[in-house]
Design a protein around this ligand. Structure first.
Ligand SMILES: [Zn+2]
Length: 234
């Protein structure tokens, strides 16, 4: 599979830290932001944030993409990036988004990692055969999925690769009457609420997305989609 590195972000001075993420070791793919970065982690500390953007092969999206989707898979990109886990350790996750928004995503997730803001897990929705319900039930953070908006026949922003759902168990989709379809999310149906990976109104996570022009579904009137961030709202 041919891939093209379009963007790469790394903070720190590139110490040879032990890392589960090998993505920043690809020759030529990494450009240190600053060689004199005084915030560099110690050699035994967590690895610096890294992100790699690559083209998507058809067979990487066996369930989430099909002919007739509003964005062709050739206009999508796979973003492989570092995130901070609920287990207080760094992990490598994968997201698929539209090629026009990869910088937005890398900018936000670099911030989240710097804050050690925790994410439960991050796999392509294809790991759940494209089933949004199963992905949410597994508390999986994901972006692209060629599907209609919930309760609508129109395409979701996820079908355009311009939306992401973050920690969907801790940040459920809640109807105007206050219910959620996921039993394991019921205790997170109200805001504000405290807990790991929760997004509350005014949080720095909301502000980080807002700075790149992405809006939060927690600000919708009536139905609230606390897990949902999308470019331009909707
Ligand atoms: Zn969503």
């Amino acid at each position: 599979m041919a891939f093209v590195v379009l963007a790469s972000v790394s903070c720190g001075a590139g110490e040879p830290v032990a890392s589960p993420a090998s993505v920043h070791e690809t020759p030529g793919s990494t450009t240190p932001v600053s060689a004199s970065d005084s915030t560099s982690p110690s050699p035994t500390g967590p690895p610096p944030f890294s992100a790699k953007v690559s083209r998507v092969a058809r067979d990487q999206l066996p369930y989430s993409w099909r002919p007739g989707c509003p964005v062709h898979y050739r206009d999508l990109r796979l973003v492989t990036l570092t995130y901070w886990g609920f287990d207080d350790k760094p992990h490598t996750g994968r997201l698929v988004v539209r090629k026009t928004v990869t910088d937005d995503i890398v900018t936000v997730f670099k911030r989240l990692y710097g804050w050690r803001w925790p994410i439960k897990q991050m796999k392509l929705v294809d790991a759940y055969k494209g089933d949004d319900y199963d992905s949410i039930d597994a508390d999986n953070t994901s972006a692209f999925n060629c599907r209609p908006a919930t309760g609508s026949s129109n395409w979701s922003n996820h079908a355009y690769g311009e939306a992401i759902d973050i920690n969907p168990r801790e940040n459920p989709y809640v109807t105007a009457s206050g219910s959620t379809a996921h039993q394991n999310a019921k205790k997170f149906a109200k805001r504000p609420v405290s807990g790991k990976g929760v997004v509350n109104p005014g949080d720095k996570v909301v502000k980080a997305f807002s700075r790149v022009g992405w809006e939060w579904g927690g600000y919708w009137s009536g139905t609230k989609d606390y897990q949902h961030f999308s470019k331009g709202g909707g």
